[in-house]
Design a protein around this ligand. Sequence first.
Ligand code: 2AM
Length: 183
Amino acid sequence: MRLFVALSPPREALAEVAGAVRSVGDRWPELRWIAPELWHVTLAFLGEVPERALPSLTTRLARAAGRYPPMTLAFAGAGAFPSATRANVLWCGVRGGGTVLPKLAASLAAGAHRAGAREPERRPYHPHLTLGRARTGPDVRELVESLASFEGTPWPADAVHLISSHLGPHVRYEPVDAWPLTG
Ligand code: 2AM
């Protein structure tokens, strides 16, 4: 199973981002926009995990989630990976949560690794909402600039979701499990 752990922001918060994206127009033909129904904030990408690892994985993820408190987050601004002059990923920023968010992300990845998932990422965790992707690395500075002033309504992040990703012509995400943040 191809798995990842994510926050699933409320529909209203995502609708605000979608509105901001619509307002900047459609002048970036190289960008493939992701449908808002698929938007999520990845906490840990686990990659291929054998189904037999699922019981241990879910126990460890539940334990990690239980150690951290709920947070109030807000979408704000935009940016691109690896850079706005050569963008492969266009994203909306996530504010709030202080140090809890990176610690939670690290705990989930470490727990999943102990259950047999891939090694945790070495690069620092950068919370984001991926809006679009581009293979050709277009310059999206103007687009990032247009979204810079966007500030969404704060929303409660009170649970983490384990999601299975089915690749193909149409990517499909299937919820597997979810645990509340109760620390
Ligand atoms: P994203 O967080 O930038 O959107 C499922 O593929 C999710 O896991 C996507 O949201 C994706 O990117 C995230 N992800 C993180 N690292 C990944 C990787 N190495 N391969 C695929 N997806 C990854």
